[in-house]
Design a protein around this ligand. Structure first.
Ligand SMILES: [Zn+2]
Length: 272
């Protein structure tokens, strides 16, 4: 159950204002952060638009799926933030319809900002109603750390200093189910227990932590062992529309190397 306030890390205000003055028309972001009792937004990831006009945006549903599936535990999508023309901070009927759709998958907070990104209104969508809640920008000690578990393979759990284990565990449980499913259950279940077992034992996919220049958290990319870094790069390019060189331990790595070699490692994608 989410509380009646949403907290933004201070530095996001600067990022938002920059985006705001660079682009006219509607602008939308996924809010990424920790979904604790007082949810904390640590990152804004701009929508990938299918259509964008001065009054509306249609975001790419594939990109939405991508955002949800690459979040490391315990990062979560808190909701969305989008801009309205002028100073209108109330929800449009389209907004309400869209956000009721989101709400089928849980409680989310949707924030509306005005044209110059100077005022904000946040709405918490619950079962069958929504309420306006306060927005707070706060100087956060952005000390996000991680621990590595050995089960089911290496898996990282990110947390902010001062977080209680009770806040982390329920989300960790969800993440484990998600990761286990994507890593170990064979794509096509073949019916016999033995086949399933083989599928579980043969590890064909692994996680690479992809760090992008503009993102405050790593993307948890599940990769097939046989695909190359070059293929991984084009996948990222398709989503973020940039060209990159890829660094591991400060050294540029070869595009033809296989992803398998970098499972459970951190790769840094530097824009070129
Ligand atoms: Zn709107």
């Amino acid at each position: 159950m989410l509380s009646n306030k949403v907290i933004f890390a201070n530095y996001l205000l600067k990022k938002l204002k920059e985006k705001c003055s660079a682009k006219s028309g509607e602008l939308g972001f996924y809010m990424i952060g920790f979904k604790r009792k007082e949810p904390i937004v640590l990152e804004l990831v701009e929508f990938k638009y299918i259509k964008r006009s001065s009054v509306s945006v249609i975001s790419d549903p594939n990109f939405t799926g991508f955002i949800f599936s690459t979040l490391p535990p315990i990062y979560r999508v808190i909701g969305t933030l989008h801009r309205h023309p002028g100073n209108m901070l109330s929800l449009s009927s389209t907004d309400i319809k869209n956000f009721k759709n989101w709400q089928r998958f849980g409680e989310y907070i949707h924030v509306v900002t005005n044209e110059d990104c100077s005022s904000f209104a946040a709405y918490l969508f619950k079962e069958d109603y929504y309420v306006r809640i306060p927005v707070e920008f706060r100087q956060l000690r952005m000390n996000v750390k991680y621990i590595t578990t050995q089960l089911p393979g290496k898996l990282r759990i990110y947390f902010m200093e001062g977080m209680k284990s009770a806040e982390v565990i329920p989300q960790l449980e969800r993440s484990l189910i998600h990761v286990l499913r994507s890593l170990y259950i064979p794509f096509k279940l073949r019916g016999s227990l033995f086949d399933n077992f083989k599928g579980i034992m043969r590890r064909t996919r692994g996680i690479i932590y992809v760090h992008l220049d503009d993102l405050n958290y790593p993307l948890m990319m599940i990769t097939e062992g046989s695909i190359t870094i070059s293929e991984l790069k084009s996948r990222i390019k398709e989503l973020f529309e940039n060209d990159y060189i890829v660094l591991y331990n400060g050294m540029e790595i070869n595009d033809n190397e296989k992803c398998r070699k970098y499972w459970s490692k951190d790769l840094y994608f530097r824009r070129v």
